[in-house]
Design a protein around this ligand. Structure first.
Ligand SMILES: CC(C)(COP(=O)(O)OP(=O)(O)OC[C@H]1O[C@@H](n2cnc3c(N)ncnc32)[C@H](O)[C@@H]1OP(=O)(O)O)[C@@H](O)C(=O)NCCC(=O)NCCS
Length: 168
């Protein structure tokens, strides 16, 4: 199976929305609004990275990355997610390829680091870990993880863009 990863293009937007909805349909800890979040981030000009994974020209995966704020004032940090792979295509390495590509693109952009909310059992393989001084309020500490590209983890409270509250 050959997977191509590239930046989203205008003609991909409906497929990305359908994919995101389908991927999170039966996901644990889902708000089922992830497709709205991706759309709103794009509308608000906050979709720093938006990569699709293609198998024979069909979109089978997507990852979004957007800027986050840290209460310490540290800049250059981003939040990864939502990340989605078609249910029938999960467990074949597509998510891992998207993760590596998104982190690589962030480094190319000069990002200092990236945070995400997710299962540590999955994300630690990409170098993410939780840090007691870097907090996302109201979520279990272990599930909020970070990776630094500059060997320095900020201390503070992280906020995602308001687009994460989108419900339609
Ligand atoms: C999470 C997701 C993007 C991973 O993509 P994928 O293509 O299935 O992942 P890969 O094939 O690269 O990796 C599979 C590995 O990750 C593990 N894994 C996948 N999703 C996981 C999860 N939510 N929690 C823990 N482990 C997970 C699998 O058990 C497998 O482990 P193994 O390599 O030790 O066998 C995909 O499963 C998905 O779309 N899930 C629904 C949406 C979601 O929950 N997104 C993440 C929250 S933002």
């Amino acid at each position: 199976m050959h997977i191509e990863i590239r930046n989203e293009q205008q003609q991909d937007l409906q497929s990305i929305e359908a994919l995101t909805q389908a991927a999170f349909l039966n996901a644990e800890h889902s708000s089922h609004t992830e497709q709205f979040i991706v759309n709103q981030l794009r509308k608000d000009g906050q979709l720093t990275v938006s990569l699709v994974a293609l198998e024979q020209d069909a979109i089978v995966g997507h990852v979004a990355v957007s800027p986050v704020r840290i209460s310490s004032g540290e800049t250059g940090w981003y939040g990864l997610g939502p990340i989605s792979v078609w249910p029938e295509k999960q467990g074949q390495g597509i998510g891992s390829q998207l993760m590596h590509a998104a982190l690589e693109q962030l480094k190319q952009l000069g990002a200092k680091g990236c945070v995400l909310l997710g299962d540590p059992a999955y994300y630690q393989r990409f170098g993410f870990q939780s840090y007691s001084d870097l907090i996302l309020p109201d979520v279990p500490q272990l599930y909020f993880q970070a990776i630094s590209f500059v060997n320095d983890i900020p201390k503070g409270t992280v906020s995602y863009h308001a687009a994460f509250n989108a419900t339609a």
